[in-house]
Design a protein around this ligand. Sequence first.
Ligand SMILES: *Cc1c(COP(=O)(O)O)cnc(C)c1O
Length: 392
Amino acid sequence: MTQTKKLTQKYLIPCYNKLPLAFKSGKGSYLTEESGRKYLDLFSGWAVSGLGFSHPDLVKAIQKQAGTLIHVPNNFYHPEQAKLAHVIIKNSFPGKVFFCNSGAESIEGAIKLARIFGKGTRHEIITMQQSFHGRTMGALSATGQSKFHKKTKPILAGFRQVPFNDMRAIIKATNKKTVAVLLELIQGEGGVNVADLAFVKELRAYTKQRNILLIIDEVQTGMGRTGKLFCYQHYGIKPDVMLLAKALGGGFPIGALVASKTVQDVLEPGTHASTFGGSPLACSAANAVFNVLIQKKVLAKSNIVAKYMWQKLALMKAECSIIEEIRGKGLMVGIKLKQAALPAVQEAMNQGVLINATQGSVIRIAPPLTIEPKDIDKGLSILKKILMQYQN
Ligand SMILES: *Cc1c(COP(=O)(O)O)cnc(C)c1O
């Protein structure tokens, strides 16, 4: 065992199932292991490294800001923070932004915003079965998978879980205490389940009519992952609150709660805060990410690669009888197998390709938005060979 693995096993709290690899560097779509072996990353570390690894613009922005000012408290102004909030609003919907450091924290902010909006008379939030919103107690309580609740009961009161894509269940779960509906438009951890267009449109109309907030968790689907900057833009609707994290800083921790005009001033002074949220360093990273995606047209280019990938995936499905379904949008893909996904994920890793398994039988793929077609070819041809072996 290497020294890294020995020290980790001895001194790190074992809350992660570790894969037997220790990475020391990364470039583009490739990570380099301590041994020197390179791995093609088709998962971007849970869709965090949206620009791949060591993107020169991101590195430059972080280096420059680190040598200028890393942190300044939120009771002062900072140009990078102001600029980032402006960029987010300009590219989404009219409103204001609160910055935090992670996805779960953005959910916590949304829960508080909703409860304050409910003025003490409404506090219940409807969330979806199979959803995932993070590991802090509030975000965990919103998460619609009991396996995450089991050992830390009681969970927070005030959440009702309903089946995904089921408008009637939402109507049934609504009562006079209901203040918000919280959902992912593509459930990532839940198995890459895509929200139906009709369901989302109906949900938007229904919530608007009842003054119920529609909170969209774009922590994983945001920042171009699904082919548009934000996934809600596929649906022709606007949320009341949108939550961002994962790829927002291209790997540097930052989260955001984006509140539309009607609720932009609900979190008044004294109601919410974050010491590190939206630091100059974090915001400079996110500003660089937006610049690369929009000005440098990486988002537009990624759509061409995504189209190519979906053609390859269709061919793969036609040839591999163990594939039940391939679903997702843009560069967020779930391959549902008729058997467990983990053996294929492990075999892909042995062959130098990183993918993920979720919900037992779903292979999850979310390559960097900067991935080149030749690496899509390489990764998918290895995966196809593996899946072909499982036939019969
Ligand atoms: C990862 C994730 C979260 C939690 O984000 P953390 O940064 O790990 O707290 C919340 N929602 C969704 C949809 C996620 O994928």
